[in-house]
Design a protein around this ligand. Structure first.
Ligand code: A3P
Length: 280
């Protein structure tokens, strides 16, 4: 294991999340109006965050991830006056207790795991805060075993799936977003209790398109407080291809078979698995 990683409760974390902070998560004080933007890494978190930020008159502030940094994070999070939108890659079991007790609104972003694996592979390679990986083959094995930051994709999704019918939890998929951004942006706004006109929605579709976001990263990069992923503060690493189905360019037929077998086994009781069926 590399020096940029450590294990906490059996799950690998980046050292950018201090052990002390992870140990103290349950002392986090949630506010009733907090919104949590939750995802396994590479599911499209920055995209959804940008959409939420652009909703007119929402009076929200996007904060850094709850698990990024050290114990001073909780003091820092207290300084926000507006409604906080707090990103996190934590699984359900690690989510601070108070968030569950207060039934804060939670948006959980999902994405086809094969595309996540490919996206994550590039992130490992490009991100100095993650260990170096030589080959796709090497990363594929780690991903299968869940020996990557934030652990197994399967465990993460299944931990959230158990709560998918809770009225404070809204699940949105990367693929649906791609297919029909306007419809899904409206769904996000409605979940947050906000109204938008069609032209406002169209504006957001345009502003949050992959090309637009990628081209604007250079400008936004100057603000280190704008970190959404606890694995980097460099937004340039995030916008790679922005496509559905890129996995086909990486998975060998054997890897596809192995992955599908594991998927069938792990996800046999999963309703969400049906969604991914269309993308494998
Ligand atoms: P790829 O590596 O497949 O391109 P996260 O924000 O959770 O780290 O996820 C990053 C992934 O979302 C990357 O996937 C990135 O390109 C993609 N992404 C970011 N913004 C996007 C957008 N506006 N539209 C589509 N995909 C986007």
């Amino acid at each position: 294991q590399s020096s940029v990683l450590h294990k906490f409760k059996g799950v690998i974390f980046s050292t950018m999340s201090s052990e002390e902070l992870l140990n103290s998560l349950d002392s986090f004080e949630a506010r009733e109006d907090d919104v949590f933007l939750v995802s396994y890494p590479k599911s499209g978190t920055h995209w959804i965050a940008k959409i939420i930020e652009n909703i007119p008159n929402a009076r929200i502030t996007l904060t850094p991830p709850i698990e990024l940094g050290d114990i001073s994070k909780f003091e820092e999070l207290k300084t926000y006056c507006e409604t906080r939108v707090i990103p996190t890659h934590l699984s359900y079991s690690m989510l601070p207790m108070n968030i569950k007790q207060k039934q804060c609104k939670i948006i959980y972003v999902i994405r086809n795991p094969k595309d996540i694996a490919v996206s994550f592979f590039h992130y490992y390679r490009d991100n100095p805060n993650l260990p170096s990986i030589e080959t796709w083959h090497e990363f594929f094995e780690l991903f299968l075993k869940g020996d990557v930051v934030y652990g197994s994709w399967f465990d993460h999704v299944l931990s959230w799936e158990e709560h998918k019918n809770a009225k404070n939890i809204f699940i949105i998929s990367y693929e649906e977003m791609k297919k029909d951004p306007s419809k899904n942006i409206r769904k996000i706004a409605t979940f947050l209790g906000l109204n938008m006109t069609d032209s406002e929605i169209n504006q957001i579709v345009w502003k949050t398109s992959f090309t637009e976001m990628k081209n604007n990263t250079a400008k936004e990069n100057c603000d280190p407080n704008h970190t959404i992923c606890a694995l980097t503060s460099n937004r340039n690493l995030v916008f790679r291809k922005g496509a559905v189905g890129d996995w086909i360019n990486y998975f060998t037929s054997k890897q596809k078979r192995v992955f599908d077998e594991l998927f069938t086994e792990k996800m046999k009781h999963s309703e969400l698995a049906k969604h991914f069926g269309d993308y494998s």
